[in-house]
Design a protein around this ligand. Sequence first.
Ligand code: IPD
Ligand code: CA
Ligand code: CA
Length: 287
Amino acid sequence: MTPILGPGAPPVVLPREAIELAQTALKASFRACDEAGAVLKKHYGRLKSVDEKFQAGLVSEADRESEDTIKRLIHGQFPDHQILGEETGLSADSGGTWKALWMIDPLDGTTNYVHRVPFFCISMGLEIEIHGRRELLVGVVDAPLMNWRYHAARGQGAFLNSSPIEASRRTEFREGLFATGFSNSDNTLDQQMELLLEVIRKARGIRRLGAAALDLCMVAEGVFDGFWERNLQPWDTAAGVLIAREAGAVATDFSGRPFVPTYKSVLCAPPAQHEHVLQHMKRVSRR
Ligand code: IPD
Ligand code: CA
Ligand code: CA
């Protein structure tokens, strides 16, 4: 057993076999991102069909081909791992040792992609069971047109294109540049606008870039001082949350509970900024 403390994550002791699995899973994810990234580049600006999903945005042949590519590679190498993919759902549970689950968004930021905004990515997060608890082990987020590849393995720090990254050290709310997202099917939009007003008035600024996994990675990198969004799915958050935690950020839901990928709301920020945003959220929701 090797004791491992991830800076922004609750402490966990990882067995040696889990550390080895993390290394193999990272390599496999990099390969999957290379191939899926080539698929996304091939279709960019040349899409033939774009469909609207019920209350879930757009989907194109690029989303589907990217997911097929990733699933083929991951299943080929880890036949006993389960895969939850945005476009094809949950694969059968083959009951492997780790009860391993990959959460995959083959194209996060489809609206950007369709409109030719190059801010989109592939997101791959792997969760396993250790001592009866689910733990995020590996996360990779790859933005093929930006040439950004973020990755983290539990307890080993976070990286952008293989160089270590850290969450921001700015502690004052007024110095903070934040990111968020919202969906038009959300019935709390009015309340969220109140929070936006608070941020616009009191912080440095707010951005809505349109790819949640990348937003989380930009918190990890210290570009953004925090990110929050409701109604997300495990494939949007799993990888980015691990990367951000490994870079020193805290991730919770909107009431401050430590984030797990089944939660739909995420607030992720370095500790002092996390506290500021949480207080503003609480104030707004009491009104
Ligand atoms: C969406 C993006 C967007 C967020 C939406 C997500 P998709 O993912 O992450 O930024 O606001 O909630 O659904 O549909 O492009 O994979
Ligand atoms: Ca997504
Ligand atoms: Ca997607």
